[in-house]
Design a binder for this molecule. Sequence first.
Ligand code: FAD
Length: 397
Amino acid sequence: GEPVIVAEKCIGCLKCVKVCPAEALEMAFTPEELALLAELDRAGTPAAEEEDPEAAALAKLQAAYRGVWVFIEQEEGEVAKVSWELLGKGRELADKLGVELAAVVIGHRVEQLCSEAFRYGATRAYLLDAPVYAAYRTQSYLEAMCHLIEQYKPEVILMGATGMGRDLAGAVATRVATGLTADCTGLDIDDKRNLMQTRPAFGGNIMATIMCDKYRPQMATVRPHVMQMPQPLDKAAGEIVRVGFTVAEEQIPVKVLEVLRDGDGTQKIDIGGAEFIVSGGRGMMGPENFALLKELAAELGAVVGASRSAVDAGWMPHDRQVGQTGKTVRPKIYVACGISGAIQHLVGMQDADLIIAINRDKDAPIFEVAHYGIVGDLFQVVPELTRQIRELKRLGK
Ligand code: FAD
């Protein structure tokens, strides 16, 4: 029937105006009500906000924290490459903020890593060097990081989204009661000096930019190969801040008795670091057909990757999966064969320098990111490519 507005129940929320499909409703205000609305509008202007004690406290908190830090992850003195990648991004952020970029080096006999960090862009290094930090343990590193944060108050801390980084970042953020955004794919600074932390959300269907504007430090982890590796300088100098803080060994319940290396003798293929990748998806139709990709890869000096569908089907091992729940890759060339190009796959490979897609569906989303696309049956295209490359090689080209 006809909609009826019950005058004594109406609170003037305007919901009915917004939902009316015929746009037939309009709210009429009396002159007194209009004056009241104008008054409310004025009360909400920035001038009123400035006097807000909460905003003032926040501004003070933010001003007390300065500098961008990168945690330098190392095992027996060998640094995880992601730490250098993060120094590259950290340099950009520190320049935008007009602050120092510092490396945090924790370990035993690791002082040389400070100068390496300077070559990758840091201008300061906080060094905690003691036997208690020889092998990574959550508790000792947690205490060390928290001590540094309390003393030197950085505004941004970046760590690799590796086993160690994920463990440490979570523990530190919890202890210092601040926010942490895991697996960021983009980092930037907004006009209020806040870190804009972008990462896929809702299964990769949207990219969310997450802010931690009320707490400091702002913490983020980034997966290996997501940020570009900076070109190291030949020589660079910086200031080493030696911090004497240690944790008493008796206070740490975890003891490292021995470090056992993965000793099965087979060299694990790190698809994350590969320069050339040939990947197959559900379009490969079966595990035996990956032989076609292996042949092509062998000619090109490439490694074989896969989409999640191919991995879930058991055609390829999980360590070859490219994408949101697999590896992020940044090869010079990525060849996608029989892969549709779902967003969760694209986030793992779209930063490849050159993308070549082979798919029989001309509307497959993979063609939107591909630099070269071949619309056709991969069972014809792939062997033909291999044949032609062999032919070129035979001719010495
Ligand atoms: P399909 O989408 O089935 O595409 C197969 C393609 O092959 C089609 O485009 C078809 O046209 C083509 N094709 C078939 N036959 C031939 C032929 N003879 N010649 C040429 N082309 C042919 N996916 C990942 O890859 N990595 C991830 O890390 C990942 N993480 C995920 C995380 C979450 C939370 C979710 C929800 C999903 C995730 N996925 C991931 C899955 C993703 O959404 C897709 O389902 C998946 O990538 C599809 O794989 P595909 O392209 O191989 O298969």
